[in-house]
Design a protein around this ligand. Structure first.
Ligand code: AMP
Ligand code: GLY
Length: 335
């Protein structure tokens, strides 16, 4: 098979590395790839956001499978375009990617589906946002509704931080259109964990749980980032808790998407969890592999990832084919 991996980060390096281990992978190409990926695959200078260019390239070069790493091309409809051109794609449709593309869409889905999550409200003007935040009380979490590369979330601990966060999004437009609405959310405390699942529209299979390190600086200090490192498996989630996450979080999200929106989810669904004293709460959904979690999770996947991706794309996932290796893996980010 000829396989195209879209993206150019450490996550895509891990994907290419795992894909290359499959007997099905005859040729692997990355767009745009990076210097590390270049030792494993041909890299072509196409940006991951250039959905028209990518779709054209995939058709022209007759790829058998396109694997989409980052969220941006998914929210721009790359999977829909490829499907329309009859190219097999691993990654959800634009409609399904709203689970990540809009935090309020995700929150609304969780409320409809009875998926455990923090209480939250949406606001599109300053007074409303500040009013809701005061009702909830400090500390309070302010989230830009749209994509912000993991930087759109602020935990406001005092009135000044709260006003700055709200003004950045709604008044100063720091996040552009992504910050035209904000989600004001109850602050939760606990350990975090990331659970990734292959989802074929109906069935799901979990990968080993992981934990990433969000804060920018050493000693777990500084602002939130998309992730400064990761390890797996995250022992905070035992087998019983994982089964619970699969049933009450992953499978419910997929079922609720279909029931309320008529959307079929196919690809990887990522649930960001907070393990609070009151139980598991979902912080966010992502429509793709975690970055950097993938670098710690894929070495522990005991399976042919290409087979799984094709089966997932076709709605024929066999959950028992997704095995886990014993041991542990870690990813260190140098910055
Ligand atoms: P999100 O993009 O929604 O996952 O938020 C990014 C990070 O902000 C999370 O990984 C948490 O570390 C933190 N966070 C998000 N929501 C909350 C919350 N309700 N309470 C406490 N921390 C949160
Ligand atoms: N590491 C967080 C994420 O992939 O969104």
């Amino acid at each position: 098979m000829k396989i195209l991996v879209v993206g150019g980060g450490g996550r895509e390096h891990a994907l290419v590395w795992k894909i290359r281990q499959s007997a099905l992978a005859r040729e692997v190409v990355a767009a745009p790839g990076n210097a590390g990926i270049a030792s494993l695959a041909r890299c072509v200078p196409l940006s991951a956001d250039d959905v028209s260019g990518l779709a054209r390239f995939a058709v022209e070069e007759r790829f058998d499978l396109v694997v989409v790493g980052p969220e941006a091309p998914l929210t721009l409809g790359l999977a829909d375009r490829l499907e329309a051109a009859r190219v097999t794609v691993f990654g959800p449709s634009r409609a399904a990617a709203q689970l990540e593309g809009s935090k309020w869409f995700a929150k609304d889905l969780m409320l409809r589906g009875g998926i455990p999550t923090a209480q939250a409200w949406v606001a599109s003007n300053r007074d409303e946002a500040l009013g809701r935040a005061r009702e909830i009380g400090l500390p309070v979490v302010v989230k830009a509704d749209g994509l912000a590369a993991g930087k759109g979330v602020v935990i406001a601990r005092d009135a000044r931080e709260l006003e700055t966060a709200v003004d950045d999004a709604l008044v100063r437009g720091v996040f552009g259109p992504s910050g035209e609405r904000v989600v004001i959310e109850e602050f939760l405390e606990g350990e975090e964990a990331s659970v990734l699942a292959f989802v074929d529209g109906r069935r799901s299979a979990l990968l080993v749980p992981s934990q990433d390190h969000k804060r920018a600086h050493d000693g777990d200090e500084g602002p939130n980032t998309g992730g400064m490192g990761a390890y797996a498996p995250a022992a905070v989630l035992g087998a019983e808790a994982l089964a619970d996450v699969q049933r009450r979080v992953i499978d419910r999200a997929v079922a609720t998407l279909e029931e309320h929106h008529g959307i079929v989810y196919r690809g990887v669904l990522y649930a960001g969890l907070m393990l609070t004293a009151g139980g598991i709460r979902v912080l966010e959904f992502n429509c793709r592999f975690g970055d950097p979690e993938t670098q710690a999770v894929l070495p522990l996947l005991d399976a042919d990832i290409v087979e799984i991706m094709i089966a997932t794309a076709r709605g024929e996932l066999a959950p028992s084919s997704v095995g886990a290796r014993p041991g542990a893996a870690a990813c260190v980010v140098m910055a």
